[in-house]
Design a protein around this ligand. Structure first.
Ligand code: NDP
Ligand code: GDR
Length: 365
């Protein structure tokens, strides 16, 4: 199916960017993405979508850019003339935002303003629809359980405070300039493409390695934090649907079910058929063929957050009613998929080690 629509995705090299690009290409869109220049390759999540620049009917095109660079954003938007912009780019790690608060504000808050201003400067208010990747982190120290579109915000990190600005500037440009702008207040969503330092992926990756005898211990922070975890593939479809409505609006996207970090670990261990020892040691090193049936999970206070978001649980009733939101992939299926892919990676690593090849260092974060 070919449609004439053009979409521009910032953050196309990230988890959601990769799933959204795939989704829009299947819908027939011409998909443009902004990627950062990096000293090493940063496109592994979208390499399967790559099209040769010499191909005549290309529908997947990448542009170098950065959310901190207004002139670059204006030029790309002018060149592409997109019907839809999905602003997914962000310094998205909550803990890291305490170390890089100014940069996080520059990208996550001002970056959003730069795109909205570009739309305005280029007189694209009537042509270009805008999606802002807002977050359940806005609720922070929760004022109401479960959280809906009307729950008051109380951000608890430089990341969340930056995203709060982005949320309101999107609302303001909608009201002041008539831009079709939507906030998707998305709760945590994961997948095999999830960044390795977010807690779910850190767990599935480490436990797969422990299962194959490549690692002994998993160090984590607050095991009692509770999150409403969904699958990224389901969530990107909602990002698109928000931009297909008659009127722009803001929506909570969540599953309405909550688990603690500890429960997530227990579920992964059950799938891998390993028991958990919450502290101490007891695993013998016996090489590639040795599969362990026990893992050690230890709490390391370095992973505690200065101000923690203890509990998040979304009420997606509005999205259910207006967008027909219905998550397709269950929590169990999400865990199964993540383990399957991380076991493959661990097996590759074990095989390389067994053959005497060098493997990558695994940084615990
Ligand atoms: P990722 O961290 O996986 O991806 C972030 C993307 O932003 C990457 O492509 C990254 O590029 C890019 N990026 C970072 N800084 C800049 C910059 N200065 N200029 C241009 N691009 C930049 O995030 P997710 O895919 O998980 O999330 C997508 C968005 O949704 C983010 O805005 C996040 O804050 C938000 N969100 C995510 C949720 C989740 O649970 N996943 C829930 C709610 C909101 P590079 O690959 O080069 O690092
Ligand atoms: P979050 O996700 O902060 O909710 O932000 P993350 O997976 O980083 O943390 C979830 C919870 O787990 C606790 N935790 C740990 N977290 C990490 N990263 N590493 C650990 O070792 C660890 N141990 C315990 C955390 O304290 C926290 O309570 C994600 C990001 O994708 C944001 O961009 C997005 O906006 C929100 O989800 C919704």
């Amino acid at each position: 199916m070919i449609n004439k629509k053009k979409a521009l995705i910032t953050g196309i090299t990230g988890q959601d960017g990769a799933y959204l690009a795939e989704f829009l290409l299947e819908k027939g869109y011409e998909v443009h993405g902004i990627k950062r220049r990096a000293s090493s390759f940063n496109t592994s999540r979208i390499d399967h979508l790559y099209q040769e620049p010499h191909q005549s009917d290309r529908r997947f095109i990448l542009h170098y850019g950065d959310l901190t660079d207004s002139t670059n954003l204006i030029r790309i938007i002018q060149e592409v003339q997109p019907h839809e912009i999905y602003n997914l780019a962000a310094q998205s790690h909550v803990a890291v935002s305490f170390s890089t608060p100014e940069y996080t504000a520059n990208v996550d808050a001002l970056g959003t303003l730069r795109i909205l201003e570009a739309i305005r400067i280029l007189n694209l208010e009537k042509q270009t629809r805008f999606y802002q990747a807002s977050t359940s982190e806005l609720f922070g120290k929760v004022q109401e359980i479960p959280q809906t579109e009307t729950t008051p915000f109380y951000p608890r990190s430089p990341y969340a405070v930056a995203k709060l600005y982005a949320y309101w500037i999107t609302v303001n440009y909608r009201e002041a300039y008539g831009i079709y702008g939507c906030n998707g207040i998305l709760f945590n969503h994961e997948s095999p493409l999830r960044g390795e330092t977010f807690v779910t992926r850190k767990i599935t990756r480490a436990l797969a390695r422990i299962k194959l005898g490549l690692q002994e211990c998993l160090y984590l922070g607050n095991l009692n934090a509770k999150r409403d975890w969904g699958h990224a593939q389901d969530y990107v479809e909602m990002q698109w649907l928000m931009l297909q409505q008659d009127e722009p609006d803001d929506y909570v996207i969540a599953t309405g079910i909550q688990y603690s970090v500890r429960e997530f670990i227990e579920a992964v261990c059950q799938h891998l058929d390993i028991s958990i020892q919450w502290q101490g040691s007891g695993i013998e090193e016996k090489g590639y063929e040795k599969r362990t049936d026990q893992c050690i999970v230890a709490v390391d206070p370095r992973y505690f957050r200065l101000t923690e978001v203890e509990t998040l649980l979304g009420d997606p009733s509005k999205a259910k009613q207006k967008l027909g939101w219905q998550p397709r992939i269950s929590f169990e299926q999400l865990i199964e998929q993540m383990i399957k892919e991380d076991l493959k990676l661990a097996e590759q690593e074990a095989f390389c080690q067994w053959k005497g090849f060098k493997t990558f260092k695994h940084y615990e974060e």
